[in-house]
Design a protein around this ligand. Structure first.
Ligand code: AMP
Ligand code: ZN
Ligand code: FE
Ligand code: FE
Length: 294
């Protein structure tokens, strides 16, 4: 049994709907998947329903952008309660900041003589958590760039003229929020950062795990983070970071995490949650019967 614990839908900057993504995951033989849209959990209900229909296990999640000692880190939050009031309030703030950032990026493009309206980006994004890929797609749709990659290289990459830094929650607040919402906090794609030095500080703040396996990690990189995971007693996760058709080809199916890691995540969550009766299983975490079993 295999899992993919990192993917995005059209509720953030992926191109697939939850149903399409669940369908692809099922065709690739995955048993468990997590939806990690940036700053939103809006796609989780539909993804849960799609997984139920297909007999796959679903893990609600989100991907937050956090800051620690000047490092920008992506934090995956697994098994969160998607109706948790404070989590939803905080996510709504991130979404508002993202929308204002799109306006700022368009203002910068306009100053450069590139006539892109924020409304055109919002129309293409059609979601509450718009990001740079949507600006890129709008630039391509308006004929202002030939490809998404050109849009990033010319305008949107860090250091390019329309790049606007993203609002980042402090690591301490983010990890506390994830725990308050009943979830596990996991450092995303550490191999894409040069931030190993802050791992001990994140562990001290209660971080639960680290994404050792990622499409853009080499075997040596994965092994390096597996070693750090063991050293710091961190849970191990992995995922494709599929964004649908955004980067040319969909990555779903390229990362197959052994299910034992999902089982370890679940037992950590269960050990955290207060139980009404000592022996009763947590209903939301009980394994779902698969139609394939019957
Ligand atoms: P944002 O959250 O708005 O800063 O946008 C980050 C998203 O942009 C991530 O999903 C990245 O994978 C994506 N991204 C970064 N660089 C590129 C690129 N050169 N081409 C396409 N997507 C990119
Ligand atoms: Zn993304
Ligand atoms: Fe990320
Ligand atoms: Fe991601």
């Amino acid at each position: 049994m295999f899992a993919d614990l990192h993917m995005h839908t059209s509720f953030s900057d992926g191109t697939y709907t939850p149903e399409e993504l669940a369908g692809h995951a099922h065709r690739h033989g995955l048993s468990a998947i997590a939806l990690t849209d940036h700053d939103t959990v809006e796609g989780c209900e539909r993804m849960q329903a799609a997984c139920d229909r297909l007999g796959m296990e679903f893990i609600p999640a989100t991907e937050l952008t956090i800051e620690i000692e000047g490092h920008e880190i992506h934090l995956l939050a697994y098994f969160i309660d998607i109706r948790h009031p404070r989590l939803l309030t905080e996510l709504a703030k991130f979404q508002l900041v993202r929308q204002n950032r799109i306006r700022e990026m368009c203002a910068r493009l306009n100053q450069l003589g590139v006539p892109l309206a924020a409304e055109a980006v919002f129309k293409i994004a059609n979601c509450r958590a718009p990001g740079r890929p949507h600006v890129g797609r709008a630039l391509v749709a308006a004929g202002l760039c030939k490809t998404l990659d050109e849009a990033f290289q010319r305008f949107l990459k860090q250091g390019r003229p329309a790049w606007v830094p993203k609002f980042k929650m402090s690591a301490a607040s983010a990890i506390a929020l994830v725990h308050e919402a009943g979830g596990l906090a996991v450092m995303a794609h550490p191999g894409l950062n040069q931030s190993d030095e802050v791992i001990p500080a994140l562990v001290a703040l209660g971080m639960d795990g680290i994404e050792c396996f990622h499409t853009r990690h080499s075997t040596a990189t994965s092994e390096h983070y597996l070693m750090l995971a063991e050293q710091h007693d961190l849970l191990v996760t992995g995922g494709s970071d599929c964004h649908g058709m955004n980067k040319g080809k969909p990555l779903i199916g390229t990362m197959k995490l052994p299910y034992t890691h999902v089982a370890a995540l679940k037992s950590r969550v269960q050990s955290r949650r207060p139980r009404a009766k000592d022996t009763s299983p947590i209903p939301s975490l009980a394994p779902r019967p698969s139609p394939l079993d019957s």
